[in-house]
Write a protein that binds this ligand. Sequence first.
Ligand code: SF4
Ligand code: SF4
Length: 381
Amino acid sequence: MREQVSIGQCETYDYQMMRDAVVSLLKPLGGIEHFVGPGERVLLKPNMLAAKPPEAAVTTHPTLVQVVAELARGAGCEVLIGDSPGLGGFRRVAERSGIWRAAQESGARLAPFDDTAERQGTGTFRRIAVARAYWEADKIINLPKLKTHEMMTMTCAVKNLFGAVVGAEKPAWHLKAGTSRELFARLLLEIYLLKRPVLNIVDAVWAMEGNGPGNGDPLRVGALLAGINPVAVDMVAARLAGIPADLLPVEREARRMGLPGSNWEDVEVIGARPDDVRQRPFRLPAGLDVQFGLPRFLKQGLRNHLMPRPAAGKGCRLCGVCRDACPPKAITMTNSALAVDQGRCIRCWCCRELCPHDAMEQRRGVMLNIAALLMKKRRFL
Ligand code: SF4
Ligand code: SF4
């Protein structure tokens, strides 16, 4: 059976328009009652990356969160809204993103992810620790924002689940994966497989292009997506964004693992067609990884040439956020300068993602420029 993904158009975040759009989006999938029922504890997992206002398109829009919370409560559920923000405390992010108000309006309870519980992994990773509230919920509804992503090309349904890893543990996972996008993608997929969301609803009314997920540019797409299988949802989201699935480490790894939804032929799109909704392909991050497909020994030897390097730009205010977030501790600071040890750097781009002043730059060498040019010619980028 093919994995169904429903696409609906929604031009603005007007409350009534959003409510009508979500109801019709879910209708062909069986409506909200098909996924959650009376007495269940349902956890909504929006993207709450940083304390940015909704119009920055960094976080899932509060109107979508409110509408889904109301629908689940209408189905008789207890509703929680939780995440572990990459930057800033949960309360600050919830207030600034409007999700605090969405919880109040809908009667949902906020559940910051601060307590961890471990489960035995079933694949590459033997132990996986994520937020206790995530394990303990009866059902998860994943509410990602569609954005470009400097490390993983795109963040949507599968990547959003990494937010279930409690803040302080995220750097350790980056360290484990090192420079391997494939290994990091596998971790994301194994988190998904350990506890599968019952439903994924993507906010692509306003998405993000360019240097996402923290410092890209908002782009109006006017769409919502929904589906049970996040791999299939991401496949359709990529089509909507005009991003070839081969550029997505998550989709490549899902294909290697033989997961349903990782081939276009596995997917059945319901409602609008992605090619009709999309106005133009998303602008990709400037420093996209162009080394995929190379043999491992070449990757290791050429890593420093085929991946851009992080370096603090003129706007750096020496606030120390990147230094504290850097998984391998490759960043050092003096009173007047910031330095990156390129040998230690694993190119995870947490520093760029979290820099509150958009001051961490990507510097490209000559080889990388040539490789990017070649890929552009082959219409990959
Ligand atoms: S987070 Fe940004 S502003 Fe702060 S020290 Fe790092 S590069 Fe500079
Ligand atoms: S310097 Fe930046 S890209 Fe390099 S490891 Fe640290 S956080 Fe990741």
